[in-house]
Design a protein around this ligand. Structure first.
Ligand code: GDP
Length: 363
């Protein structure tokens, strides 16, 4: 082919004719044969034996969006379900910087000293694996991540909150079947993810900080109301007095809320994750709570209510998915949206016509 660069007058870079590439750069390189995927029975057997590699692979299937992976993972979950439930599930929430990773690291080690196995999972709908904001990331929990009895799994990557939360809930089932008797579910203390976490745990722990003077500002009332325990972190050094003051303010504020259904009065404690002070007391509080709610029947009641909630959540999520991924809907939804924006169509008529199309298509 003629290149203007090859003309006599051209003074810039010259394009040379290419040479043919060899068929393989490294003839000695042997590609690894693709690993055969385990059967459902092999997955279940591995999980039941507590094989963490197989557990991880199963969780990857749970998180996958591929329909064939979904089908396999649902079968695995179903088979594991009878062996699940036998754990204490704890939700841990706090704004970025509150000290969640530091705390979970020391708290987790403390819990493991008493025996058993601990899984740390996370819900962060904003996270994408490649982008770094990954709750539950191993490098954030240095000691726990190398502990032989722990299993740490980052948040499923970004998606709808419902989807991310469902995957975490299903992962809980697999972890329990694998013999993990303590489950931590971590979440960022901003927005809706607390509600999702609250709906899958037995105890909801809220990590707070002091030092802003106006401690209660900026904490959504709804989040505080969900807490079974509030712990003020970084109660060390110069900050100790302020942390104590914050604790008093939180205790006073909690009095203003209606008494929780569980009959348990939420406690407020101060601690330092960094210096490992007051960590034992947090676990003692959780132990006391579990004894209390197992005694009055609330433990069972809450788990049943959660199962019911997840049944409806799961239906909602799958219906939504099926609707929005329907090819006919995908082809017309943006146009309808435009008509609504231009005022040519009311929202209700647009919705009705889309739904009619969808149901017609299902027939
Ligand atoms: P996360 O974003 O909630 O996971 O918070 P990190 O655990 O990453 O902690 C945020 C920062 O607070 C880090 O620089 C920690 O070293 C510091 N930090 C965590 N816990 C404590 C504590 O108990 N006392 C003090 N002084 N600093 C702490």
């Amino acid at each position: 082919m003629e290149h203007p660069e090859n003309s006599e007058e051209y003074k810039g870079l010259v394009v040379n004719k290419g040479i043919e590439q060899p068929s393989s750069v490294n003839p000695y390189l042997k590609r690894k044969p693709k690993k055969r995927q385990l059967s459902v029975a092999e997955f279940v057997e591995g999980i039941m034996k507590g094989d963490v590699t197989i557990l991880s692979q199963a969780v990857t299937l749970v998180e996958s969006v591929k329909p064939e992976h979904q089908a396999v993972s649902q079968e695995i979950i179903e088979k594991c379900l009878p062996f699940s439930g036998n754990s204490i599930r704890i939700g841990i929430s706090g704004v970025p910087g509150a000290g969640k990773s530091t705390s979970i690291d020391v708290f987790g080690l403390h819990v493991l000293e008493k025996g058993g196995k601990l899984a740390v999972l996370a819900i962060d709908p904003s996270s994408e694996r490649s982008k770094g904001s990954i709750l539950g990331d191993k490098t954030r929990m240095e000691q726990l991540s190398v502990h032989p009895k722990s299993f740490i799994r980052p948040s499923p990557s970004a998606g709808s909150l419902g989807g991310v939360a469902r995957k975490t809930r299903e992962t809980i089932i697999l972890c329990e079947a694998a013999g993990f008797d303590k489950i931590f579910v971590e979440t960022v203390g901003v927005g809706q993810s607390e509600t999702a976490v609250h709906s899958m745990v037995d105890f909801f722990l809220l990590i707070q900080l002091s030092g802003t003077g106006d401690e209660l500002q900026g904490i959504k009332r709804g989040i505080m109301e969900m807490a079974d325990g509030i712990v003020i972190n970084k109660a060390d050094g110069d900050n100790l007095e302020r942390a104590k003051l914050a604790a008093t303010q939180f205790r006073n504020a909690l009095h203003l809320f209606p008494a929780p259904e569980s009959g348990w009065i939420p406690k407020v404690l101060t601690y330092s994750g960094f210096y490992n002070l007051g960590v034992k007391e947090i676990w003692d509080m959780i132990d006391e709570y579990i004894d209390f709610v197992k005694g009055n029947g609330y433990f069972e009641y809450r788990r049943n209510a959660q199962s019911k909630y997840w049944m409806y959540e799961s239906i909602n999520e799958q219906l939504r998915d099926s609707f929005y991924h329907n090819p006919k809907i995908e082809a017309m939804i943006l146009e309808k949206e435009q008509q609504v924006l231009k005022g040519n169509l009311t929202s209700f008529v647009a919705a009705r016509s889309l739904l009619d199309t969808y149901f017609e298509d299902l027939k």
